[in-house]
Design a protein around this ligand. Structure first.
Ligand code: GTP
Length: 595
């Protein structure tokens, strides 16, 4: 055990985590240069395209240092706020962390919150200034930032480049010399922390763990403490480029278990594996059930695809336990599902996978968060969609989730960012000067305001120089109302939103204006109205037009005419007929595009 080192890499998106990990694998000859598929750790196509490590994995390297052989387990962590619970479990499985900071970009919000998480778990942090080969690199400034954040002595900060290979050997030495070996008792009852799991269509669920105490052997009867389920360890082993079966995995080491589990729901990240005989007295601390925080309706464009959509969602759920869905129906959109996601990015990923991997054409409705609604008797109900809000006369109070958000930016953008946060009902908690002209601002904000066009606005007003991170903070009472949109007097349920009373008027007006832009003129006037209960708070009209697509053809070429008509039909497919009004798909997301 004294020669094992378990470490993870903390980095902001694009600061070079995957590239650097590749260099470590190459240097330790875990993979040969010629076999090195760019960025081994990002195995999903989608991940590579987005440049975001979505699912954590682990890989073991051997390294001989001063005549001794060391086992280095690199545990990968996802780099996005939506997956911060997974990050926390990966961190809990390690004794050390490489903190990678881009020499041109400096410390970002995401980096800081993950560093705090690592400090909380007592990890030894090795700061690495990466990409020092770049012309725009400012290693000295970044070094100041790191010293200020962590108080690390300057000589302990490594300068590296994943591109050229500078600093790689120094990083490996630092891991061996500075990261403590795992502690634990091989004789004690088994306690293995599950930090990740993946679905494999042949083997079922593969759970990744770190052994905190004890030893796990092939064939053992094991129990997952939090779910209470028992299994046989059909196969255990370690993780190299692929899985390598072993007869046993010992205390301090990282490995995998295959035990005939069929769905991801049975394996929960953060759970503890122990033996059925001689079980550990308790589970490893820190287990949480991850709960979806963002909800949206997902509807097939063609209502005949409903069952296909269901089976696609079921397949997605096999390897993504954090995705939830329940059938729901909408007068406007027909039958579909109310899906729950960890956050907005997770929602985008699911939508994209449905389209790409399952060929589904779907309409996603405006996302909302989960509200706690209390009735007058004190009963609590979680409401996930505007339609689920009980009659106002029955409601005692509504509470909405608040996040604590951190934005890091340059001082020159503070004004507009503060205005933005204020407009999102944010409450300034504090400001921290990081170094030079960089500042961190901390806000408490309703999550419901973030799921609607916050990131895009933040990016545009800061010209991209603001990073954002958040975590769930608490629930607070809120004056929420349901705002309906009516088209020619008919409420369109899929366009209803839950909004704060104080903002409803402005919000309703902007919604109507936006819908007017998005709904094409048709052969009659279309009245667009926003209403709270029976009260109309805004109105716009789309004027009638007689649209004759063949007019341009001068009556001539018949085949050209047909083509145009077909094209128009194609265009119609992306429309949903609501009452007598054709509504384009993008109108259902109008609220996300308000200026
Ligand atoms: P996520 O997986 O999205 O978190 O990104 P990452 O942190 O893994 O970054 P990745 O390794 O994908 O690198 C991001 C970009 O920076 C890529 O275009 C790399 O080619 C580039 N890059 C990484 N390391 C270096 C470096 O040392 N020098 C230079 N010049 N570019 C680098």
């Amino acid at each position: 055990m004294k020669n094992i080192r378990n470490f993870c890499i903390i980095a902001h998106i694009d600061h070079g985590k995957s590239t650097l990990a590749d260099r470590l694998l190459e240097f330790t000859k875990t993979v040969e240069g010629k076999d090195l598929q760019a960025q081994v750790l990002d195995s999903m196509d989608l991940e590579r395209e987005r440049g975001i490590t979505i699912k954590s994995h682990a890989i073991q390297m051997d390294y001989v240092y001063e005549g001794e052989k060391y086992i280095l387990n690199l545990i990968d962590t996802p780099g996005h706020v939506d997956f911060s619970y997974e990050v926390s479990r990966s961190i809990a499985a390690c004794e050390g962390a490489l903190l990678i900071v881009d020499a041109a970009q400096g410390i970002q919000a995401q980096t800081i919150s993950n560093v705090y998480m690592a400090i909380e778990h007592d990890l030894e942090i090795i700061p690495v200034i990466n990409k020092i080969d770049l012309d725009s690199a400012m290693p000295d400034e970044v070094e100041d930032q790191i010293v200020e954040l962590l108080g690390t002595p300057r000589e302990d900060i490594i300068r590296a480049s994943g591109k050229t290979g500078i600093g790689i050997e120094e990083i490996l030495k630092a891991i061996i010399n500075r990261v403590p070996a795992p502690v634990g008792d091989s004789e004690a009852p088994l306690q293995a922390l599950i930090f990740d799991s993946v679905f494999n269509s042949f083997r079922g669920i593969i759970a990744y763990f770190k052994i905190v105490n004890g030893v796990i052997r092939k064939g053992d009867s094991v129990k997952f403490i939090n779910t209470g389920k028992e299994y046989d360890a059909d196969e255990v082993g370690i993780l190299r480029l692929g899985m390598e079966p072993r007869d046993e995995v010992r205390c301090g080491d990282v490995g995998y278990i295959i035990s005939g589990i069929k769905t991801s729901k049975e394996v929960k990240v953060g759970d503890t594996i122990t033996h059925v005989k001689r079980p550990a007295a308790k589970a490893i601390e820190g287990f949480e059930e991850v709960k979806p925080m963002v909800f949206a309706g997902v509807y097939p464009i063609d209502s005949e695809d409903f069952e296909d959509l269901r089976s696609s969602l079921e397949k997605l759920q096999l390897n993504d336990a954090s995705l939830t869905f329940q059938p729901e129906s909408s007068v406007a959109l027909g039958f579909g599902f109310r899906c729950g996601f960890l956050g907005l990015l997770h929602m985008e990923i699911v939508q994209e996978r449905l389209e790409r991997e399952f060929n589904m054409d779907v309409i996603t409705t405006v996302p909302n968060v989960s509200y706690n609604v209390y009735d007058k008797k004190g009963n609590k109900k979680e409401v996930h969609n505007p339609g689920g809000l009980p009659d106002v006369t029955l409601i005692d109070r509504i509470e909405e989730p608040y996040i604590r958000a951190s934005v890091i930016t340059f001082t020159e953008y503070i004004g507009p960012i503060m205005t933005l946060c204020l407009g999102k009902r944010g409450e300034l908690i504090k400001q921290n000067y990081i170094s030079g002209n960089r500042i961190e601002i901390i806000y408490d904000m309703p999550l419901g305001e973030i799921v609607i066009d916050f990131y895009d606005k933040l990016k545009s007003i800061s010209k991209g120089y603001a990073s954002f991170d958040y975590h769930m903070h608490d629930y607070r009472p809120s004056k929420l109302v349901k705002m309906d949109i009516l088209l020619n007097g008919e409420p369109v349920d899929a366009l209803s939103t839950l909004t704060h009373f104080d903002n409803a008027q402005t919000f309703g007006r902007r919604m109507c204006e936006k819908l007017k832009e998005l709904i094409p003129r048709q052969q009659f006037d279309i009245a667009i109205q926003a209403a709270i209960g029976a009260k109309i708070i805004a109105r716009e009209t789309v004027k009638a037009v007689r649209k004759d697509v063949t007019a341009k053809c001068y009556g001539g070429d018949i085949s050209r005419k047909r083509k145009l008509l077909e094209k128009q039909k194609e265009g119609k497919k992306r429309m949903k007929k609501v009452g007598n009004v054709e509504v384009p798909q993008k109108a259902f997301l109008a609220v996300l595009k308000l200026d």
